[in-house]
Design a protein around this ligand. Structure first.
Ligand SMILES: [Fe+2]
Length: 209
C-alpha cells in the first residue's frame, strides 16, 4: 500500500470533490478518516497516516454525484494511486457482498463487469477492511454505533437492496470489527470520541452519505 496520495493530496482531492458536489458526504469522509486513523494507530499492521488519507478519499467519486464507487476508482487510478483507487471500490463491499442489483445501479454494463471482476480477482488487505469498518462508523455529524448507521441506510434504501445480501454484508462488517478489536486490544468505540452523543442524538435522515 505505497501507491497512495499523501495526506495533503488526499485533502486536496476531497476539497475539490466537495466543491464539485457539496454535501454531507464531505463531513462523513472526514469522520471516516479520523475513525480509520484512530483505529490504525493501535493496529500493528496499519499505518495511521495512510489510513487517514484513505478515509479522506474513499468517497471521492461523489465529486460527480452517484456512481461514486467506479468514479473514485477510475479517478485515482488515472492519477497514479492504484492502492487508493481500490479503496473507493472495496469500501462498499464488506465480505465481497453485492447488496444491490446491478441493473438498478446507474453504471454501464462494462462498469458493472469491472466491479464484479475486481471483487473476484482481489484479496482484501487490512486497509480494505479498515475502511469498510470506518465507512460504517462515520456519519456527517460524528462517529456512530454502526448498527444504527446500518439501520438508517437500510431504511433509506428499502426496496433497492436484497435483504439477505444486506444481512450478509452486515455480518461481514461485524466480523471485521471483531478482527480489528482483536488486533488493537480494545473496543473500537473507546477510540472514537463523542460516539455516545452522536449515536443517541441521532435522527433519521441526518445522514446522506
Ligand atoms: Fe463513505
Amino acid at each position: 500500500m505505497d501507491r497512495l496520495p499523501s495526506i495533503e493530496q488526499a485533502e486536496a482531492y476531497l476539497s475539490e470533490a466537495g466543491r464539485l458536489n457539496p454535501g454531507k458526504w464531505v463531513d462523513h469522509s472526514g469522520y471516516v478518516a479520523r475513525a480509520a486513523q484512530a483505529i490504525g494507530r493501535e493496529h500493528p499492521d496499519i499505518d495511521a497516516g495512510k489510513a487517514y488519507a484513505l478515509g479522506l478519499i474513499h468517497d471521492v467519486g461523489r465529486r460527480v454525484g452517484m456512481r461514486h464507487i467506479v468514479e473514485g476508482y477510475k479517478l485515482l487510478n488515472e492519477e497514479g494511486f492504484p492502492d487508493a483507487a481500490r479503496i473507493c471500490l472495496t469500501h462498499s463491499f464488506p465480505g465481497k457482498v453485492v447488496a444491490f442489483d446491478f441493473p438498478k445501479w446507474d453504471c454501464s454494463e462494462g462498469e458493472c463487469t469491472l466491479v464484479r471482476n475486481f471483487l473476484s480477482e482481489t484479496d482484501y488487505n487490512a486497509y480494505d477492511r479498515l475502511l469498510q469498518l470506518g465507512d460504517a462508523l462515520g456519519t456527517a455529524a460524528g462517529y456512530c454505533l454502526m448498527e444504527k448507521r446500518m439501520i438508517d441506510a437500510a431504511i433509506r434504501h428499502a426496496g433497492e437492496w436484497d435483504a439477505s445480501q444486506q444481512f450478509a454484508k452486515w455480518t461481514a462488517t461485524f466480523s471485521i470489527k471483531e478482527e480489528m478489536e482483536k488486533a488493537i486490544g480494545c473496543s473500537i468505540y473507546q477510540l472514537l470520541p463523542g460516539v455516545v452523543e452522536t449515536t443517541f442524538e441521532f435522527s433519521p435522515g441526518r445522514i446522506d452519505s
